[in-house]
Design a protein around this ligand. Structure first.
Ligand SMILES: Nc1ncnc2c1ncn2[C@@H]1O[C@H](COP(=O)(O)OP(=O)(O)OP(=O)(O)O)[C@@H](O)[C@H]1O
Ligand SMILES: [Mg+2]
Length: 331
């Protein structure tokens, strides 16, 4: 029977799929628009669904099925993944067997992990192997170190040595928390309401960890009382002040993990430093900011938003050896 081997990064913001023999074959926002008829009907998935945020009628919902790295809507997650995987299958009635190597946050509870298993199976994946995100990333490094992936919903922090997580945690502070901080600030301090796309535009244009950045951006929102359109300016300094405490919390967790690690591990970590990846790791000034606080070398990994899928790509071909080598779970 023909087999399709996939690497799947089913993230809170984006889903990326690698197919053995082809490379990265799909990247779409992890979002689905569903209409409630007698049963759930898929209106759109991925970027088409993302364009519908805030523009749908009452009986249609636009859902991000993974929040903070945790599956919060099983049905939506299954339908989304099914639709995305269907794009990779040959036309006709012939159904190949699908095997997948899937990255998951390292701090999931058993129930949260079980939800990923259920979703994968119900979405049509016949054989799944899970790998903790920091372990996958560490396979691209020549040695261990502090692996930090800052995505849309979750930040994974792990001390990795010899293919093992010595200490690790998943924290619900990442890109979405930054967006919420910006939206809440504008509502509370300037009485302006803005949509998701505007928040993202502000972040990508001016968010940084450079406290002396003098840039600013003019955007349009709605007055929270009258609903009238309002043009306003937000400065990079204001955004930096908002997001710095969030990045400080992540940095504090890294520091305390190193403080409480066994002496030899702490020495190795300090020597090798921090390896950063994930979309939010692209925030300008973040490496310098962290390096100053933890007094360690911080390296932004190449192609940071695709590090995890690139790592899964290198591992997909070695799946059989992987299970024994990395003590992975197969279902
Ligand atoms: N240049 C940039 N500067 C700051 N943030 C960015 C940049 N590019 C992308 N992002 C943010 O990165 C996040 C998405 O990153 P990524 O694709 O790694 O997340 P994910 O893997 O889907 O989510 P998670 O791993 O948290 O489940 C979004 O919040 C996005 O706004
Ligand atoms: Mg991710």
């Amino acid at each position: 029977m023909a087999v399709i081997d996939l690497g799947i990064d089913f993230g809170s913001s984006n889903t990326t799929i690698y197919q053995q023999g082809f490379g990265i074959v799909l990247k779409e926002p992890s979002v689905i628009a569903l209409r409630k008829e007698r049963k759930l009907e898929v209106v759109a998935v991925g970027s088409k669904a993302k364009r519908l945020v805030g523009k749908v009628s009452a009986n249609t919902q636009v859902v991000y099925p993974i929040r903070d790295g945790v599956i919060t809507n099983n049905d939506a997650a299954i339908l989304l993944l099914k639709k995305l995987i269907a794009r990779l299958l040959p036309e006709g009635s012939f159904k190949p067997r699908i095997r997948a190597l899937v990255s998951i946050p390292c701090g999931l509870s058993l129930a949260e992990r079980k939800a990923y298993e259920t979703v994968m199976q119900k979405a049509g994946v016949n054989e799944v192997t899970f790998i903790d995100t920091p372990i996958a990333i560490s396979r691209l490094l020549s040695h261990g170190g502090v692996v930090v992936s800052i995505g849309g919903g979750v930040t994974d922090v792990a001390l990795v040595a010899n293919n093992e997580i010595i200490d690790g945690a998943s924290i619900n502070i990442a890109g979405d928390a930054i967006n919420n901080a910006i939206t809440d600030y504008l509502y509370e301090k300037q009485n302006v309401k803005i949509g998701q796309a505007t928040t993202e535009k502000i972040k990508l244009a001016i968010a940084s960890l450079y406290a002396n950045d003098t840039s600013s951006i003019e955007v349009i929102g709605r007055d929270a009382d009258s609903g009238a359109q309002r043009t306003f300016i937000i400065t990079a300094k204001e955004v930096c002040d908002l997001i710095e405490p969030l990045l400080k919390k992540i940095t504090d967790i890294i520091s305390s993990m190193i403080t409480y690690a066994p002496t030899e591990v702490a020495e190795t970590m300090t020597e090798n430093g921090i390896y950063l990846c994930g979309g939010t790791a692209l925030l300008p000034g973040l490496c310098e900011y962290m390096a100053n606080l933890v007094r360690m070398k911080v390296t932004l990994l190449d192609d940071a938003q695709s590090t995890v899928i690139n790592a899964l790509g290198t591992l997909v071909g070695e799946r059989d050896k992987l299970a024994e080598f990395l003590k992975l779970t197969k279902i």
